[in-house]
Design a binder for this molecule. Structure first.
Ligand code: 5IU
Length: 268
């Protein structure tokens, strides 16, 4: 298992340049927090990204919830990501056939490929979707782009379990240049019989909240500590941070909890 290695140890041997960059950011800023910035105007999104930027490794967006998306949104995101040294992850959850998904990723009104370092996709439609995104990533020249496969979901009654989750891992193994890892509640790959020694998927965990167990619409939470103990590498938190009375205090609390749990894990 890679889970007792430090981010910098893992960066050294890792074949994927975007993963190396992500691990370097985590190590430099001492944070494994991903802010899920589910704000609905460009102004609010850029303001929270700027004020919390120093404490996060990645900013996760839902670009289609903005009521005023424009060129300024893109430029603003790129500027703030550069200023505070974090990656941009568009939580687009691609799910269509490969041909359609290539158009949604490369083109379209939201121009996701131009600005998002990371996107995610589900394998509901089969392997073709990952093949399609992989082609775009491999054609990308200088741009470093990565895909996360949605191997599980945190909402109550999720059907992304068991065989579906196992199939997510098997497909990920075929696209090592583009697939960085998974969105899942825990580490998935290292105990499976097909795991190669050099394999090192990055685990992003949503549904992280320090003070709540869930919401009224089926969301289910765990804490930063349980997530890191389960083999998560990056903690995705939204309302627990941006909806707190003082988001800066909140993000620092998540950063501390996530980093201390990481340090305990690598000291084992
Ligand atoms: N998200 C989940 N669960 C999942 C996946 C994504 O909550 O399984 I995949 C997204 C939805 C939202 C964020 O953008 O992560 C969680 O926000 P809160 O921390 O506010 O619940």
């Amino acid at each position: 298992s890679k889970s007792t290695l430090s981010y910098s140890q893992r960066a050294k041997g890792h074949a994927n340049p975007l993963v190396r960059k992500l691990f370097a950011i985590a190590e430099e800023k001492k944070t494994n927090v991903v802010l899920s910035a589910d704000l609905t105007t460009t102004k609010e999104l850029l303001a929270i990204a700027d004020s919390l930027g120093p404490y996060i490794a990645v900013l996760k967006t839902h670009i289609d919830i903005l009521s005023d998306f424009s060129e300024q949104t893109i430029q603003g995101l790129l500027d703030v990501a550069k200023r505070h040294n974090f990656l941009l992850f568009e939580d687009r959850k691609f799910v269509d056939i490969g041909n359609t998904v290539q158009k949604q990723y490369k083109g379209g009104a939201l121009r996701i490929y131009e600005w998002a370092d990371i996107v995610n996709a589900s394998i509901l439609a089969g392997e073709g979707i990952i093949q399609a995104l992989d082609q775009v990533v491999n054609d990308s020249g200088d741009a470093e782009r990565g895909i996360l496969i949605l191997a599980e979901m945190t909402s109550k009654g999720s059907l992304a379990v068991g065989e579906y989750t196992r199939a997510s891992v098997e497909i990920a193994r075929k696209y090592p240049k583009s697939v960085m890892g998974f969105v899942s509640t825990k580490e998935l790959s290292s105990h499976s019989p097909n795991s190669a020694p050099e394999e090192d998927f990055v685990v992003f965990t949503t549904g992280v909240n320090i003070s709540s167990k869930g919401d009224a619409l089926g969301q289910q939470y765990q804490t930063p500590t349980t997530a890191m103990e389960g083999g998560s590498d990056f903690l995705i938190a939204g309302r627990g941070i941006y909806a707190a009375e003082d988001p800066v205090t909140a993000v620092r609390q998540y950063q501390k909890a996530g980093w201390e749990a990481y340090e305990r894990r690598i000291a084992r």
